[in-house]
Design a protein around this ligand. Structure first.
Ligand code: NI
Length: 432
């Protein structure tokens, strides 16, 4: 029997709080889970700095990746198997892509990608195709199998059904993270009836459709995503922590380039600081390393590095106010001057941040980012784009949620009692 078809003698199960159990029968899947690159995901939190706001949110990308795998396993084994339009020979590929879709995420993903101009998708590809344990497992299936897995994750694979299961507006990735993040943060939004959605998903020639009877479950899913973005993912306090993390790394990089002598050699970061990142350095860097260095940096001579890393470790975060520099550029520039006058470096201590999300959208020709809409299959067999049938979804379709904030250390400004610049800052930012 070929490696691809080999089953474990006994099924392995992982206890999971979201899906109850995660079932593994395929030897390939078991071998992938055991690789060092996949195990590394245990040391990367799914929600980055969110645990500083919702203290339960310590779950890892390992948990989430297993969850996405389990949803796909149920779709391909219980719902699609034997149905017209579904090619069962794509089963293992779909399962592998589900399990490995987040493989390239680095520590505190967004902050890291931002500071070092990285793209986790590029690193997913590098880990799949490079000299790694994951690559060795995938290559045993077939020489071109690692490339196929990469193509599915990059949405370039020829079979759109496989791609849509892993990434579309209603995919296994989103279905897992919404429920998982709701569970671990403890919030009441984010829940929806996934069982119902899975049962009404159908493979069609070039896409996946939802039977009309499942529309309300899908509405619930879209609304839960909408709520989670506003209440959890864009939470201003976790963004504050992200800003501090961001600027700590920027400060460390600047000091490194200036020849500053660190008390602890920052060797795990060196290739990131120089921009010549090796795959090995990338795989070795996880959140345990970052947090260890932040603790060391909180003992450093450099005042800014010491202050920022201490703030992150001890959760002494920046305060924020709503402010859009695009609309009030002069005021923004004036504030930067005032921060400098008050002796607070605005590069690190007066930070603008913006977020934006689109809860749901249908395809608009000519748009850069093509969004695969959700299609309902009506009783008469016709397909209808979701927002044309659902009033609730129509109300939020295409509406970008955008918000701008500036972050700064309020307590330092309040402490400057005899300072004219600080007085003006307080007035301009309405802080008391
Ligand atoms: Ni994911």
């Amino acid at each position: 029997m070929s490696y691809a078809q080999t089953k474990l003698r006994e099924e392995k199960v992982f206890k999971d709080p979201v899906h109850s159990y995660i079932h593994v029968r395929d030897l390939v899947i078991w071998d992938l889970i055991s690789t060092r690159e996949f195990q590394r995901l245990r040391r990367i939190r799914q929600l980055g700095t969110t645990y500083l706001v919702f203290h339960g949110a310590e779950h890892s990308r390992f948990n989430h990746s297993l969850g996405v795998y389990e949803i796909i396993r149920r779709i391909v084994d219980d719902i699609f198997k034997g149905r017209e339009h579904w090619d069962d020979s794509e089963r293992l590929l779909t399962l592998c892509a589900a399990l490995l879709h987040d493989l390239g995420h680095g520590p505190f993903s967004h902050a890291f990608e931002n500071v070092f101009s990285l793209d986790h998708e590029e690193y997913t590809r590098k880990i799949l195709l490079g000299d790694t344990e994951v690559n060795a497992v995938l290559r045993r299936v077939a020489p071109d199998f690692p490339e196929k897995v990469a193509q599915v994750i990059e949405k370039k694979y020829a079979n759109p059904l496989v791609v849509n299961l892993i990434s579309s507006q209603i995919d296994a990735d989103r279905m897992d993270y919404l429920q998982r993040d709701a569970y671990y943060t403890g919030v009441s939004y984010g829940h929806f009836d996934m069982e119902r959605i899975l049962r009404v998903m159908r493979p069609r020639e070039d896409k996946i459709v939802i039977k009309e009877s499942g529309m309300h479950a899908v509405e619930d899913y879209i609304m839960s995503r909408y709520q989670m973005y506003l209440q959890v993912y864009f939470h201003p306090i976790s963004r504050s922590a992200e800003m501090i993390l961001n600027h700590t790394l920027k400060r460390a990089r600047k000091l490194f380039h200036e020849g500053y002598v660190f008390k602890q050699d920052p060797f795990p970061f060196v290739s990131f600081f120089t921009g010549e990142i090796t795959l090995e350095a990338y795989i070795n860097l996880d959140e345990s390393v970052v947090l260890t260095y932040f603790k060391w940096w909180s003992q450093e001579e450099d005042e800014i590095l010491r202050d920022l890393s201490t703030r992150f470790i001890n959760r002494r975060l920046f305060h924020y106010v709503d402010f859009n520099p695009g609309e009030e550029l002069q005021k923004y520039e004036r504030l930067k001057e005032l921060f400098t006058e008050a002796g607070i470096d605005p590069t690190y201590y007066f930070v603008h941040d913006t977020t934006a999300d689109l809860p749901y959208d249908f395809y608009r020709p000519g748009e850069e980012k093509v969004r695969e809409p959700i299609f309902l299959e009506m009783k008469n067999g016709k397909e209808l784009e979701l927002s044309r049938k659902s009033t609730i979804v129509d109300a939020i379709t295409g509406r970008v949620q955008r918000d701008h904030k500036v972050y700064f250390p309020k307590e330092r400004i309040l402490a400057l009692t005899d300072c004219k610049a600080a007085q003006e800052i307080k007035e301009l930012l309405h802080i008391t």
